[in-house]
Unconditional design. Structure first.
Length: 334
């Protein structure tokens, strides 16, 4: 693997394989920051967007229904699957936790898998699989998806479709999902770069709050004393302290420049850019500069009908496809 690291110029860190390093290099952005599904969560906008959508799906009740003879429906509480989807998919995970975690994985990776345990033809347990442990390929003859699971020791095995529950965000490929964090990695990387720049700026007190002028030339000892006084008064947690000036030095405060204002505007633009990818209204991300009561209410309604509802449709149809047995669950639906 040494030649691979030389080609890509990679530095291997503790616990990283060469393959993981190559994948990270492939996620490098124009801003010079590598963006992966995990590092994307360092962006407050991505983190908030993922939480908003995953919690919106997780907080809604999930019921199993039975169709009556006259077309009426009632909750099928006596069905074994009802308890799993409504209460506990497995003994250590609640339904809300499971759906929120699965939804977060879909938003970050483009798809999420869960192992489906069956007994006597009935689903008895649903356990979420770790991201990236299950890969999808397409059968060259039938076009059907082929799933393979990778164990911790590197061994792989093919998994039948009946043993998996899968939710994905569809893209141009009929089998592979659309990863939002991968497609929007440049926008996310720029947002992370600006956050890092702002953090370094304030940590070191790099932005001058004003200028100091003197009438006469200072010797090196006076310059050093004044520099230390400025550092102690403005660096890091000491920002806002009192400077001690000498030799008639005068301090003149600086106002925000057009460059400063442009930087703030660019940060607001990146919030909108990332929100556009996840289709999150800006007022839900606490970006209220242009929000009014009327447009916030309207955008909230559009968020439910145009963003949340499509996700609920994906979930409902995926649950019916992977968990309901047509031969044994006639008249049962979600």
């Amino acid at each position: 693997m040494n030649f691979i690291k030389r080609i890509f110029g990679l530095e291997k860190r503790d616990g990283w394989s060469a393959l993981e390093a190559i994948m990270l290099a492939g996620a490098q952005t124009s801003a010079g920051i590598a963006v992966s599904p995990e590092t994307a969560l360092r962006s407050p906008v991505v983190l908030a967007s993922v939480r908003i959508l995953s919690e919106a799906v997780g907080q809604l009740p999930l019921h199993l229904y039975r169709r009556g003879a006259d077309g009426a429906k009632e909750r099928a509480k006596d069905h074994p699957l009802y308890h799993l989807v409504h209460d506990l998919p497995n003994p250590w995970t609640t339904s809300a936790e499971w759906r929120e975690s699965m939804m977060a994985a879909v938003l970050l990776h483009g798809e999420a898998f869960a192992h489906v345990g069956r007994g006597r033809g009935q689903v008895i347990e649903i356990v979420q699989a770790k991201p990236r442990t299950i890969t999808t390929d397409q059968d060259a003859f039938t076009g059907e998806p082929v799933f393979k699971a990778t164990a911790g020791d590197g061994r792989t095995r093919e998994i039948p479709r009946e043993e998996l529950f899968r939710v994905r965000l569809t893209g141009p490929h009929p089998i592979h999902p659309l990863s939002l964090t991968h497609e929007a990695r440049d926008a996310i990387g720029l947002s992370l770069a600006m956050d890092g720049y702002a953090g370094r700026l304030f940590a070191k007190g790099a932005r001058p709050s004003g200028t100091i002028s003197v009438e006469d030339k200072l010797d090196q000892a006076a310059v050093d004393r004044m520099r230390e006084s400025i550092r102690l008064a403005n660096a890091g947690g000491e920002s806002g302290g009192t400077m001690v000036l000498e030799n008639g030095a005068k301090f003149s405060a600086l106002q925000f420049s057009s460059v400063d204002l442009q930087f703030l505007e660019l940060r607001r633009h990146q919030i909108a850019e990332i929100a556009r990818v996840f289709r999150i209204p800006l007022h839900l991300l606490q970006e209220l500069e242009r929000a009014t009561h009327n447009n916030a209410e309207s955008m909230g309604q559009q968020f439910l009908s145009l963003v949340v509802l499509p996700w609920l449709t994906r979930w409902t149809q995926a649950l019916a496809r992977d968990l309901l047995n047509p031969g044994r669950t006639a008249g049962i639906f979600l």
